[in-house]
Design a protein around this ligand. Sequence first.
Ligand code: SAM
Ligand code: SF4
Ligand code: SF4
Length: 372
Amino acid sequence: MASVIPLTDLRAASAMDALDAREAFVRAAALDAAPAFEAFPADTRHRLLQDLRISVTDRCNFRCVYCMPKDVYGRDFPFLPHRALLTFEEIARVAGIFVRLGVRKIRLTGGEPLLRRNLERLVGMLAAHDGVDLTLTTNGALLAKKARALRDAGLARVTVSLDALDDRTFRAMNDVDFPVARVLEGIDAAAAAGLAPIKINAVIKRGMNEHAIVPLARHFRDSGHIVRFIEYMDVGHTNGWRMDHVVPAAEIVAAIGDAFPLEPVDPNYTGEVAQRWRYRDNGHEIGVIASVTQAFCRDCTRARLATDGKLYTCLFADAGYDLRALLRETYSDAQIANAIAAIWQRRADRYSEIRTANTSKPSRIEMSYIGG
Ligand code: SAM
Ligand code: SF4
Ligand code: SF4
C-alpha cells in the first residue's frame, strides 16, 4: 500500500501538487477513525450528501455541439481504456457505501450510459438497495431496444434528452445525423415499459434551438411526460460557451406562457434542481433548470462518480478524489466510507453562484466524463 499522510497533517500534502494532495487526503481519511464512520455527513455549507450520479462510460454515439464537439471528440480522441473503468462490482460496492452515508437517489449517466454493455446487470445490482430512487439519463438512441430489459432489472424511471422535434435542428445538434423519430420511439418504448414519469431534457442554446421551445412544450403537453428546459452551461473547456449563448429560464417560461398560460408550482423537496410550472388549463407540468441565471448551489446535495472512479463534489470541480485506488486495494467499506465522508465534510463548492461571464478555470472537467 502507498505511504499514508495522517489526516491531521496536511502540511506535507500541501507541498505536493493538487492531485497528489487529494490522493494523500483520501488515503489518510480512509484510515482515520476507521472502522467507525459518520453517516449523513454535511459539508461546510450544511448540505447533506443525498444524490449520486454515476458515469458508466465516457463514450457517446452522439456529438452534441454543446457537449462533445466533433472537432475535439474525433476518431483519435483518447477515451478511457476499459481497464480504467470501474467494474459493475466496484460500482455496486461503492454505491452501497454511498447509500449507507445517506444517498437516496442514484442516477446512471455518462457519456451515453446505454453504450455500456449489459448495463441492465448493473441496474439489477443497484436496484437491490431499498429506499433508493434509481434513474438513468440517456440520449434515447438505444432506448427502444433496451427499455424493457432495464425496467425488468429494476430501473424506476428515465430522463431522455431531446433538444428539438424538427429533424433538421435535432440532427444538427447531435451532429451525427441521428433522426429524431428514433428518439421518439425510444420514449414510447420507455413509457410502454412503465419507466414513468418520463422526463425530457432539452438544452436550449441561443441561435440553435430557441425555436424548438414552444413546439417541444406543445408536443408533450398532454403526454404525461415532463419536459425540462435547461440553460446552456459552461461545463468543460471544449464547447466554446459564451454567456450570450444562454437563453435565460425566464425567457423560456415567457415564451411557453405566451402560448399556453402557466402558473408556478412549489418544489417537491428542498434541493430540487428544476423550477416547476404547470399549464393553467390541464395542470400538466414543465420544468426549467436555471443553473446559470438562478444558481441553486445553496441546496446542492449531489456528488458525481466519474467513469474511472474519481469522486467530484461539483460539476465544475477542477479535480476529483480517486476512489478506485481505495476500491482496488485492501480498504474496508468502513474505511472507504470514512474517506467519502471526509471529502464531503470539506466541500465548499458553489461555482454557479460565483460564475460571471468571464469566469475561467484552469482545468475544468468535461460533462461526458464526469456525468451530466
Ligand atoms: N448522454 C446522455 C444524455 O445526453 O442524456 C447522458 C449524459 S449527458 C452529459 C446528461 C445531460 O447533460 C443531457 O441532458 C445533456 O443535454 C446535458 N448537457 C450536456 N452538456 C450540457 C451543457 N453544456 N449545458 C447544459 N446541459 C448539458
Ligand atoms: Fe452524448 Fe449526452 Fe453529451 Fe449529447 S449530451 S454528446 S448524447 S453525452
Ligand atoms: Fe452543485 Fe457545483 Fe452545480 Fe453549484 S455549481 S449546483 S455546487 S454542482
